[in-house]
Design a protein around this ligand. Structure first.
Ligand SMILES: N[C@@H](CCC(=O)N[C@@H](CS)C(=O)NCC(=O)O)C(=O)O
Length: 202
């Protein structure tokens, strides 16, 4: 299988974290798709008509996307896996946690694009503040009722990768301040082999 990927993408990292947790990372070859919305890489366009990464080319079918679909596909390859619980409250908790982690990334990436890709005169401080307020709302929820718990799931992977993205691109943000429970959980995430094997870089 081939995964269109970039070293900074938290969505692509989530897919790889799940692959490591499932024990199938060695079945995935990564293809670099680094680019921007204005200038996407050829591999990124080839894998997804939306010109976003990650996408996964399977051995027996057309490319699939987005990261949440790829994760579901990978879990379907392994009988009796627990990374995506098959049914019941644990499944909905895992998927909701995944949506929360992914949502942090979507908002943070939109701010990153605003800062990195638009002239200062075009940047909207109000837009960026609104997006970062979504990030902060999600972080507060994760430090409270939504703190990841139980067996490691796709939700845990998404949250860990989102926090890793904040450290990578928003190092000045100090998201840990006042969020001791989430900080402690993240320290545990960083100790996992799957996190160590997929450390992001700019
Ligand atoms: N919902 C998508 C989001 C993917 C996404 O936004 N990826 C970024 C890279 S981290 C991208 O390809 N951005 C290019 C663009 O927005 O045009 C997923 O979960 O895979």
């Amino acid at each position: 299988m081939k995964l269109v990927w970039s070293s900074a993408s938290p969505f692509a990292r989530k897919v790889l974290v799940v692959a490591h947790e499932l024990g199938i990372a060695d079945r995935i070859e990564t293809v670099t798709g680094t680019g921007t919305p204005m200038a996407p890489a050829e591999a990124t366009k080839a894998g997804n008509p939306l010109a976003k990464l990650p996408s996964l080319t399977r051995d027996d079918g057309p490319p699939i996307y987005d990261s949440a679909v790829i994760v579901q596909y990978l879990t379907s390859l392994i009988a009796d896996q627990t990374v995506l619980p098959a049914a019941g409250p644990d499944r909905w908790q895992a998927l909701t946690l995944e949506a929360l982690g992914d949502g942090i990334c979507e908002s943070a990436i939109s701010v990153r694009y605003e800062l990195a890709l638009r002239d200062e005169a075009q940047q909207s401080a109000d837009w960026m503040a609104a997006q970062m307020s979504k990030v902060d709302g999600a972080l507060d929820a994760l430090d409270g009722d939504m703190l990841p718990s139980g067996d490691f799931s796709v939700g845990h992977a998404a949250v860990g990768c989102a926090l890793g993205y904040l450290d990578l691109r928003f190092a000045d943000k100090d998201w840990r301040s006042g969020r001791t429970a989430l900080t402690a959980w993240y320290d545990g995430f960083l100790e996992r082999a799957s996190a160590k094997a997929t450390e992001p870089s700019a």
